[in-house]
Ligand binder design. Structure first.
Ligand SMILES: Cc1cc2nc3c(=O)[nH]c(=O)nc-3n(C[C@H](O)[C@H](O)[C@H](O)COP(=O)(O)OP(=O)(O)OC[C@H]3O[C@@H](n4cnc5c(N)ncnc54)[C@H](O)[C@@H]3O)c2cc1C
Ligand code: FES
Length: 256
């Protein structure tokens, strides 16, 4: 579905992130994303950070198109195509822990609100922790980690996960964040025998499974993902190792 929507509200979350609210004619599930566009910018993928009647995207400013979206005001028009992707599934009654790293918190927030599950939000410093108010309203427990120790646990989300797992024995972890974080989270889940659903990012053009630009070991991240199960992730050789940029060039996450 492709439509123009009217922006209802824009909230500044922190120094580099804004949340843009709007209503759409379509329903969406937690973990799905949309392609967004305005005249003057490329169409780019954005997770839905709210999936109720009022939907939202939460945009971290990192380059020309996200900067363009940061100029948007209430009453402006936004082009939306979607919703795309499979989304998270927390419907089987197991004990879930939800983890958002940096702007990955936008993707997990609808799952937090739908489930009320325990949640970890991580960032480089206190200023990088976004959507805290919504998590605190919805989740049974919310814990924070910061790399510099300026707020909450001093360390990363994977270290905090290990502590909370030892205390609370979760069955499954649901997470979105930088791929290096997801890689070490996956390794920790393997080691501790915990299931996981991880939302991945790859360069996307169509968002609908057609152009092939987001393919990763035969899986279209836009259509077969962006949320992958633990057994699917075990088959993704590029996971945590490398991705392709907009020109198809290989970009390494780390050596290996
Ligand atoms: C499924 C999915 C969900 C996303 N959800 C969010 C979100 O909720 N909030 C948010 O702030 N960002 C999200 N992103 C990332 C966002 O799409 C990029 O930050 C944005 O496209 C950057 O554009 P730019 O012009 O500002 O920066 P650029 O300078 O053009 O790009 C900076 C980096 O952003 C990434 N990027 C650029 N274009 C694309 C593209 N078409 N597809 C994928 N990655 C791209 C690349 O890694 C690139 O190196 C998501 C990406 C994907 C794939
Ligand atoms: S972005 Fe075109 S197939 Fe995924």
């Amino acid at each position: 579905m492709s439509e123009f929507v009217k922006v209802l509200n824009v909230t500044e979350n922190n120094y580099d992130t804004k949340t843009i609210e709007f209503e759409t004619s379509f329903d969406a599930r937690p973990g799905q994303f949309v392609m967004v566009w305005r005249p003057g910018m490329e169409e780019i993928p954005m997770s839905l950070s709210a999936t109720g009647k009022v939907k939202s995207i939460s945009v971290k400013r990192i380059g020309p198109d996200t900067e363009f979206l940061h100029q948007i005001k209430a009453g402006d028009t936004l082009g939306i195509r979607g919703p795309y992707g499979n989304g998270y599934d927390l419907s089987d009654g197991r004990k879930y822990l939800i983890i958002g790293g940096g702007i990955g918190t936008a993707s997990i927030m609808p799952a937090v609100e739908a489930s009320g599950a325990d949640t970890i939000i991580g960032g480089r410093s206190e200023a990088d922790l976004v959507l805290r108010d919504r998590a605190e309203k919805a989740a049974k427990n919310v814990w924070y980690s910061t790399d510099d120790g300026s707020f909450g646990f001093h360390g990363n989300t994977v270290q905090l996960f290990r502590e909370k797992q030892a205390e609370n024995h979760y069955d499954c972890v649901v997470a979105c964040g930088p791929e290096v974080m997801l890689f070490f989270l996956y390794k920790a889940c393997e080691e501790l025998g915990v299931d996981c659903q991880l939302s991945l990012e790859r360069h996307m053009k169509c968002g609908a499974g057609v152009c092939g630009c987001c393919v990763m070991d035969g899986q279209r991240v836009c259509k077969d993902g962006p949320v992958f199960s633990k057994s699917q992730i075990a088959q993704l050789k590029d996971f945590g190792v490398q991705k392709r940029d907009e020109c198809g060039r290989v970009v390494k996450f780390r050596k290996g």
